[in-house]
Design a protein around this ligand. Sequence first.
Ligand code: ATR
Length: 278
Amino acid sequence: MTKAFVVGHPIKHSRSPLIHGYWLKQYGLDGSYERIDVAPVDFGEFLKGFPSQGFAGGNVTLPHKEAAFLGVERRTSRAERVGAVNTLWIEDGVLWGDNTDVPGFMAHLDATLRTGWEQDVDTALVLGAGGAARAVVAGLQERPLKRIFVTNRTLSKAEDLVRDLRPGSSVALETSAWEDLGRVIPHAQFIVNTTSLGMAGQPPLDLDLSRAPGNAAVADIVYVPLETPLLAAAAARGLRTVDGLGMLLHQAVPGFRRWFGVTPEVTPELRALILADI
Ligand code: ATR
């Protein structure tokens, strides 16, 4: 039997066991996927010890993604760019780390907006500068866009992100002050919120989309609620929308493939299963 885990602190709210459990059953595999709560002081030991406990690998969630980045022996180039690891596996005795939020976000965009959507996008606007924003920017940089603006309440964090992610990319990466959003929005054919604004219990993200290009697409990585005030405003304006649940589902695909040897599908049934839980 192949065993995998999700490790975090706290971990009881993670939906990853539902996703991987669904796929294990769907594909009739002899495997398990379990939650493991590990405090930050114990994480280094956990990282060294999990193979001898019979685990093939697992996912890493808050607050361990940076510690996992530092603790693995090899990293994918995506993980290297983002500076965080959310997926672990052993290959030829070597502990590897990847950041699957990057392909997860892009796969969800391609599925929702249809492959080739970026052909209509010169300029993208990313709101936020945390870990999720780094994964989103790294993914967008793989596409032939002209430029990406990053804006954040704390501008210095956007500046750090741009400094770290600019090298090696042909897409122009620039910061924009939050107060200047009104000037950027009319040029942005793709707008994505990676902040926690709009999440249940948080204030809404109040963007004036009235001057957004008519062909713009608006994405949110918040998925509780599924229709955030931002996505509702975009839909009311007739813009295409991309919800946050797909990233959660698609980021799970590469890990499942590594541990269990099957490329799983993100189906409407899986979506409905997770939706029923949130
Ligand atoms: P994640 O890993 O999900 O990206 P994070 O690193 O905590 O989480 O980042 C949260 C993002 O939401 C940050 O960009 C944060 O802005 P600051 O860097 O200024 O803190 C943003 N955010 C959170 N609450 C916000 C609010 N009330 N208004 C504007 N931005 C907010």
